[in-house]
Design a protein around this ligand. Structure first.
Ligand code: TRP
Length: 440
């Protein structure tokens, strides 16, 4: 039984683990294709603006709330007011669905890593479309799913500084080095400059409400907002660390990686004359096609899927931690038991989502396949709702002045005015529009 709350071994440990949580499939799988679908540069421009404003304010609020209450999402909200317990439950529910989508995509990614690894020392070629179709409907994908959940569980069992922090410290630097290497290669392909232009040159006429809402949803997903992760991670933070600085650094690192992803994937796709609007199959089908056509492509393909694997596992560990620590706090059980229970439940719940790519493909929930439903429910509904409720609690119950005291150790009027107008007015209005838009 853990009575004394664990802590990060250092502030750097917190930053790297938070970056590990934030940098994930959102950056590598979603961001480039969302930019692709929304006209490139215009989307990037709106995204960057929203990260600076909304991302910063909400991360700061979540981390401060976590450190102040010393509780994970469930306990934190009820500590502010016991009627707010349901917000914690909503956060954990959202985290659980994201965990299941991560389990599914994580198992596909292991499938790709294995394929590149075993394809006769990187020489044999494969047809990505055929491979993808075979993989998603094969039995081995279930084995990869079990392996992925097992690996995540082992890391989470090892606790905060011994598990999550350590793994992030190894994976994150490797990820960045590998990513920059692949980016340089992709940028050197003839014809790649069209992709760079598409990605970086904003055509302001393309900005419309839909684009803004997509970008806002992506900011939430990419920074893991509205799901209790930053609350949970903040609860392991000691009083000396500088929340203000951290709340800049985490979105900054996350955004750099999203930009690297865009500057890798889109130029490569343009260089080979492929379509960047391919949606979710961009990294599973379009990109491997690029690697197939490139010198030493199999090695780059292998590195690329390995780095996505690192990004995925560090995020899935963070989401798993939200569920685990909530269970520990709620039922007063040990970390091991809590991990075991979550692993089992997530295994059972993920199974139909994986099978929805094959045998259960005909089952529809509100006209989505099971996997799509698992992906859309948190991103489109639970995260914005979580964000809105966070704003209400922080703005109107806990109070902006208490955020200031938690962050600076004293009141800071200028900070309070800026944060107050964001948390009490601007962000809630944006989120209400997002919310209403989902239903009309
Ligand atoms: N931010 C992650 C990404 O960009 C995804 C994510 C959403 C997440 N919510 C989370 C990760 C909670 C960890 C914890 O892919």
């Amino acid at each position: 039984m853990e009575n004394k709350r664990s802590e990060w071994s250092s502030n750097f440990g917190f930053i790297i683990a938070s970056a590990g949580s934030a940098i994930g499939l959102g950056n590598i799988w979603k961001f480039p294709y969302m930019a692709g679908n929304n006209g490139g540069g215009a989307f990037v421009f709106v995204y960057l603006t929203l990260v600076m404003v909304v991302g910063f304010a909400l991360i700061l609020s979540e981390v401060a709330l976590g450190r102040y209450t010393k509780q994970s999402a469930l306990g934190a909200y009820s500590k502010i007011n016991k009627h707010f317990k349901f917000i914690g439950y909503l956060n954990v529910l959202a985290a659980f669905f994201v965990l299941c989508t991560y389990n599914v995509l994580g198992s596909f990614i292991i499938g790709y890593v294995m394929e590149y690894l075993t394809s006769a020392t990187f020489i044999t070629t494969f047809t990505p479309e055929v491979f993808y179709d075979e993989l998603v409907s094969s039995q081995s994908v279930i084995l990869w799913q079990i392996s992925f959940i097992f690996l995540t569980s082992i890391i989470v069992i090892n606790g905060i500084s011994g598990g999550i922090e350590k793994v992030s410290k190894i994976c994150m630097p490797l990820l960045i080095v590998m990513f920059i290497t692949i980016m340089v290669k992709c940028l050197s392909l003839p014809g790649s400059e069209k992709g760079v232009e598409f990605f970086l040159k904003p055509d302001f006429s393309k900005i419309n409400l839909n684009l803004i809402l997509d970008a806002l949803g992506q900011v939430f997903f990419s920074l893991s907002l509205g799901m209790g992760v930053n609350i949970t991670f903040g609860s392991y933070l000691n009083k000396e660390s500088n929340i203000f600085k951290n709340s800049f650094l985490i979105p900054f690192i996350d955004t750099i990686v999203a930009l690297i992803a865009g500057l890798t994937i889109l130029p490569a796709v343009f260089a080979f004359g492929l379509n960047p609007e391919k949606g979710s199959s961009l990294i599973f089908v379009t990109l491997p096609t690029v690697f197939e056509n490139m010198a030493f492509g199999n090695i780059f393909g292998f590195l690329f899927f390995l780095l996505i694997f690192f990004a995925t596992i560090t995020s899935s560990v963070a989401i798993f931690e939200v569920c685990t620590s909530s269970f520990m706090d709620k039922f007063n059980i040990s970390r091991k038991l809590s991990v075991f229970i979550i692993a089992l439940i997530s295994l059972v719940v993920t199974l139909p989502a994986i099978l929805s790519f094959s045998t259960l493909g005909h089952i529809e929930i509100f006209s989505y396949t099971i996997f799509e439903f698992f992906e859309i429910l948190p991103t489109k509904y639970l995260l914005p709702l979580g964000g809105l409720l966070l704003c209400l609690v922080v703005g109107h119950t806990w109070g902006i002045r208490n955020v200031s005291i938690e962050v600076f150790g004293k009141r800071n009027l200028c900070f309070e005015i800026i944060l107050g107008s964001l948390i009490k007015l601007i962000i809630p209005i944006g989120l209400i529009i997002v919310f209403v838009k989902q239903f009309v």
